[in-house]
Design a protein around this ligand. Structure first.
Ligand SMILES: Cc1cc2nc3c(=O)[nH]c(=O)nc-3n(C[C@H](O)[C@H](O)[C@H](O)COP(=O)(O)OP(=O)(O)OC[C@H]3O[C@@H](n4cnc5c(N)ncnc54)[C@H](O)[C@@H]3O)c2cc1C
Ligand code: FES
Length: 275
């Protein structure tokens, strides 16, 4: 199976102030932040930025966020983050006003490898999102859409946590939804949906890309291995330093421990050893 490309190390990325264009609530507990940061528009889907949110003890450490959308149209160059409020950092971020600024570092990390997509036009790309794991997959869908058929599989616990359906449809992706309580789409787990979809197609021509909770990623990895489909997973491991110093984001791989911040956050699923 193809190896991920050698990763660019994180340290040289730029630290600059980005202007907040918008910071809006898109669902209960979920916000979308648009930033005027032209130097970030070169980012690839799956890369991330480290955001300095505040100066007090609880928000001092920079927080990592993936690129939800990377918009380059004419003179317009902006990036968007879609985030879930889960603690003091994201809570403080949700209070930031437009026209304020944010100190950000990036783009960081390797991002998804879409190089094979350029040559395999008849390939099918299956994006699997669990909960807020949907955030970086929209930018990926927008990149892959001109290169072939894209499926977006979105799973969440309940209807109000299903995000980005419209964004995926707007870029031509066929969108399938599951909720654990059955309030929208099929009742069940998104991995059941993946299993059913894989049984209908040529696995060799399908590439899977996934982001979401660890249990979901573990099952996606198992299914991809069973079917022989290449699979890339984005690990949103808890980070402290973000630059390979604290070892707080280590994951076990077949080659030993790797750092999500420096070696990832995207890994070949077959590379990761699950606990
Ligand atoms: C590469 C990468 C990309 C990310 N992209 C996004 C994104 O696009 N949108 C988004 O909403 N979030 C994303 N995250 C997660 C985001 O960084 C955290 O939600 C954020 O740092 C939480 O900060 P906080 O101060 O609000 O909460 P904290 O006080 O830091 O955390 C609150 C609780 O959540 C737990 N927690 C924090 N971060 C994580 C994590 N990564 N995984 C599991 N548990 C965690 C903590 O242990 C604690 O129990 C990403 C993380 C990484 C590593
Ligand atoms: S976050 Fe410190 S080593 Fe990755």
């Amino acid at each position: 199976m193809k190896q991920m490309p050698t990763h660019k190390k994180n340290r040289p990325s730029s630290k600059k102030k980005a202007i907040i264009l918008n910071n809006v609530k898109v669902a209960d507990g979920y916000f979308k932040l648009s930033l005027d940061a032209p130097w970030m528009a070169q980012a690839r889907p799956g890369q991330f930025m480290q955001v300095k949110i505040g100066d007090d003890f609880k928000t001092l450490l920079r927080k990592p966020f993936g690129f939800h959308r990377i918009i380059k149209s004419g003179d317009r160059k902006l990036v968007e983050i879609l985030y879930k409020v889960i603690g003091p950092g994201t809570e403080a971020l949700s209070k930031k006003n437009s026209r304020g600024s944010l100190d950000i570092i990036g783009p960081l990390g390797n991002g998804f490898d879409v190089s094979t997509a350029k040559t395999r036009r008849q390939a099918t790309h299956i994006l699997v999102a669990g909960g807020i794991g949907v955030a970086p997959l929209v930018a990926l869908a927008e990149t892959l859409a001109p290169k072939g058929k894209v499926y977006a599989l979105i799973g969440a616990s309940t209807r109000s946590h299903i995000l980005c359906e419209k964004e995926f449809k707007d870029c031509g992706a066929e969108t399938l939804v599951t909720t654990e309580d059955g309030s929208k789409g099929k009742k069940g787990l998104i991995t059941d949906c993946l299993k059913a979809l894989l049984s209908t197609m040529n696995h060799q021509l399908s590439t899977i890309y996934a982001c979401g909770p660890k249990a979901m990623l573990k099952e996606v990895s198992r299914l991809s291995k069973k079917k022989g489909s290449p699979c890339q997973i984005l690990l949103e491991e808890y980070m402290a330093c973000g630059v390979g110093v604290c070892l707080g984001c280590a994951v076990m791989t077949k080659e030993g421990y790797k750092m999500v911040c420096e070696d990832g956050p995207v890994f070949e699923a077959s590379e990761v050893i699950w606990a």
